[in-house]
Design a protein around this ligand. Structure first.
Ligand SMILES: [Zn+2]
Ligand SMILES: [Zn+2]
Length: 262
């Protein structure tokens, strides 16, 4: 399985996942043209996208979906509540043959890829993350999450690779010029995950097979790659783990992250 974050952050999210027989996206939150451009950069023609897994209906996750579905034959997978919360224009453009309703905690297959959606705590109708299994490898995609409940640790533990939210640095957020209600929204259990919470969760999730950790959905105003990495380093050290045992990348809005292979 090859995983390429194409864009990550509040202005748009899209991640490319490739297996032997399948090319899929997790979220289509950048414009069709941007998607086409970024896929071309990785030698992928946009017509090759077999399927799109949607996490939730916020614009930064579905912005490019409408045009993608009009132009291409891609299938789309999303929960019923998410579907009902998308703009009418998008619902009109999805052909019946194109969309598939999924339920949190119910596995489904696309080609040979096994996919497990799981609920995440976020201020949208029915947000999910995804666990993908292929040829004995496990990949976890989890962003836009206020906190990770205990029940999810067993599902998410020990993956070969993670794309995991590290949205903001706590100090930068609370000293930023953002209005207080927005700071509270971001910091709430239905908002986003701080670098610190992200690192404390990840230190319990990593297992013997874990190689890659891609820190995702960074706030442009309230985070830096250095701060996120430093936080991870400190927290892992606190738990007698060495962050250098893992390949840790920080995804960005403009560059995404380099391709990883598991
Ligand atoms: Zn988002
Ligand atoms: Zn969101």
């Amino acid at each position: 399985m090859e995983i390429t974050v194409l864009a990550s952050g509040s202005k748009g999210n899209a991640t490319l996942v490739q297996t032997e027989g399948l090319t899929l996206l997790i979220d289509a939150g950048i414009s069709y043209l941007q998607l086409q451009k970024r896929l071309m950069f990785h030698q992928i023609n946009i017509t090759k996208i077999d399927a799109v897994l949607i996490t939730h209906e916020h614009g930064d996750h579905i912005k490019g979906l409408d045009v993608l579905l009009r132009k291409e034959k891609s299938q789309v997978f999303l929960t019923e509540h998410t579907m009902n919360s998308t703009p009418d224009k998008l619902q009109d453009s999805i052909k019946l043959s194109q969309f598939h309703l999924i339920k949190p905690n119910e596995k489904f297959m696309i080609g040979g890829l096994e996919i497990m959606p799981f609920s995440v705590s976020h201020d949208s109708s029915d947000a999910v993350g995804y666990v993908l299994y292929n040829k004995g490898k496990k990949f976890v995609y989890c962003t836009d999450i206020g906190y990770l409940p205990d029940r999810d640790f067993d599902i998410l533990r020990g993956a070969n690779a993670y794309v995991f939210e590290a949205n903001y640095d706590v100090t930068l957020l609370f000293t930023s010029a953002r209005p207080f209600y927005l700071k509270q929204r971001i910091d709430s259990v239905k908002g986003h995950m701080s670098n610190t919470d992200s690192a404390y969760n990840m230190v319990s999730l990593v297992g013997i097979n874990t190689k890659y950790i891609i820190l995702a959905h960074p706030s442009e105003e309230c985070n830096t790659a250095e701060l996120a990495l430093e936080t991870y380093r400190d927290v892992f050290k606190e738990y007698d783990k060495n962050i250098d045992d893992y390949v840790v990348l920080v995804a960005s809005q403009e560059e995404g992250a380099k391709t990883i292979k598991i």
